[in-house]
Design a protein. Structure first.
Length: 224
């Protein structure tokens, strides 16, 4: 019997790739849960451009639940209470944070759900390489780490960037996956997208040593 999962979905590379891998593992991921934190200090849900998950969900032809929240975990519990009879578990893009993983597993147990984490304990640089090579088009929308300048914002990640990320990791300890918030991303295209997300207008906010890109206009475009 095919197990049905809801994905915790931020619109970034990790949560999107987790969906991709879960489907390759023969799970049915037909629901996305996106939570917009009212605080930029969120430990669980990525902040910039979360509202674009609506378009990404449409591109993937998946049901989408979008909520704004001050207490993200409480809202997640409320959502899971609503949908727990329709799913068997959740899939997340957690990679190395035991705190996040343990918290999500605890919440899942409260509702009798399983937690699938396809990226767990993966080597970060190799994981980024694998995501790019799998056909994901990834825009960098936030940087908050030493050695990363304003020029990274709006950049589409290329295999050639991996050497620089490796160098920044050695020099400053930056996690190439950016799981700690060093790097925020937006997936524009992927093998599981039926349409491509096209960014038409954006604004860059830079604060000396960190910054982010806010998309003001975007649309879906058909793929060949």
């Amino acid at each position: 019997m095919e197990l049905r999962l809801a994905a915790l979905f931020s619109g970034g590379k990790d949560s999107t790739y987790a969906i991709y891998l879960a489907e390759k593992m023969n799970y049915l991921v037909d629901m996305l849960i996106s939570i917009q934190p009212t605080s930029s200090e969120s430990l669980y849900f990525h902040y910039p451009n979360v509202e674009l998950t609506r378009l990404q969900a449409k591109a993937m032809k998946k049901k989408h639940i979008y909520r704004e929240a001050e207490d993200e975990l409480q809202v997640l519990r409320e959502v899971l209470e609503e949908v727990s009879d329709k799913i068997d578990g959740i899939v997340s893009g957690v990679i190395s944070s035991k705190f996040q993983k343990n918290t999500l597993e605890k919440i899942c147990r409260e509702f009798g759900l399983i937690h699938i984490a396809p990226l767990w304990n993966r080597e970060p640089l190799q994981l980024v390489r694998e995501i790019i090579e799998s056909g994901f088009e990834i825009m960098i929308t936030g940087v908050a780490a030493m050695g990363m300048s304003k020029e990274w914002l709006g950049k589409i990640l290329q295999p050639s960037d991996l050497d620089l990320l490796k160098e920044l990791n050695k020099k400053f300890g930056i996690n190439p996956c950016g799981e700690g918030g060093e790097i925020e991303t937006l997936v524009l295209d992927a093998p599981i997208f039926y349409e491509k997300l096209e960014v038409e207008e954006y604004e860059i906010k830079w604060f000396g040593d960190y910054g982010y890109l806010l998309v003001s206009k975007a649309k879906l475009r058909g793929k060949p």
